[in-house]
Design a protein around this ligand. Structure first.
Ligand SMILES: [Zn+2]
Length: 192
């Protein structure tokens, strides 16, 4: 998913490095399948995670990516470590976390176990739906359980942007794009 940040309004697109457009529309609309837990540490999955991080890193404005966006029908998403950095927090009103860990996070076979009843309309975009933006109605808080890249099961609660990411990325794994339910959808081309 992509988040609108003032600082990023002027950046150029880096379309070439992402597989999102060539990964095929079809996989984006399919229900992705669980990764067998015993496969998590295999080379095959390690490579998928690596490709995801590379695709994400190629997009300055990308904060998270789901495996179907690069053509894999697998229930995996990754959150860019940069959203936890102090620099990123400076550009936003909310503080996501005080962690200094800026590694990308991987969520394998994620399941949202809790969504707050309280919701908000929040700005949203997507690396696979350039260059549309809109407002989506998202729960303010979410709790997710998933496996990490070492095959360890964990649960993480989040609010604000990270909670929004959990919802946007889980939607991807179920073939849902934000444009399916967003309002006030507009195209905002990046300025050169
Ligand atoms: Zn997306």
């Amino acid at each position: 998913m992509k988040i609108i940040l003032q600082a990023n309004q002027k950046q150029k697109p880096a379309r070439n490095a992402s597989h999102s457009e060539t990964g095929g529309e079809k996989v984006l609309r399919e229900i992705a399948v669980d990764v067998p837990v015993s496969d998590i540490k295999t080379k095959k999955i390690k490579n998928v995670l690596k490709e995801m991080s590379q695709a994400l890193a190629s997009q300055d404005d990308g904060v998270a990516i789901a495996a179907p966006q690069i053509g894999y029908k697998l229930r995996i998403f990754s959150v860019s470590g940069k959203i936890f950095s102090p620099d990123f927090a400076k550009n936003r009103e909310e503080k996501i976390s005080s962690e200094n860990n800026i590694k990308d996070l991987y969520f394998i076979n994620p399941k949202i176990s809790k969504l707050s009843r309280e919701k908000d309309w929040v700005p949203e975009g997507c690396l696979s739906v350039r260059w549309l933006y809109g407002l989506t109605f998202r729960s303010k808080k979410a709790t997710i359980t998933a496996y990490d890249e070492n095959g360890k099961k964990f649960t993480r609660g989040a609010s604000g942007l990270l909670a929004q990411i959990f919802q946007h990325e889980t939607d991807h794994l179920n073939g849902i794009l934000f444009i399916d339910h967003a309002k006030n959808i507009k195209e905002e081309l990046p300025q050169k």
